[in-house]
Design a protein around this ligand. Structure first.
Ligand code: SF4
Length: 78
């Protein structure tokens, strides 16, 4: 799955939502989240993010590692 990290916070540009072919990017209060079970790893969202907030799960920068479980947990709470 792809993961959305800190640069999205309070930005929520939503360009990624337009690109996602399976509509698996959802809006939270302060950022967007990718549903890990619905994402098909196409990578279409990553280049269109104006703040470079989207990373493949294995490539999330160390300082934003907590955003990986945060993306999973967002959907556990729904
Ligand atoms: Fe959607 Fe593809 Fe991005 Fe996954 S990688 S969130 S399927 S656009």
């Amino acid at each position: 799955t792809y993961i959305i990290a800190e640069p999205c916070v309070d930005v929520l540009d939503k360009a990624c939502i337009e690109e996602c072919p399976v509509d698996c990017i959802y809006e939270g209060n302060r950022m967007l989240y990718i549903h890990p079970d619905e994402c098909v790893d196409c990578g279409a969202c990553e280049p269109v993010c104006p703040v470079e907030a989207i990373f493949y799960e294995d490539d999330v920068p160390e300082q934003w590692r907590d955003y990986t479980p945060a993306n999973y947990e967002f959907f556990n709470d729904l």
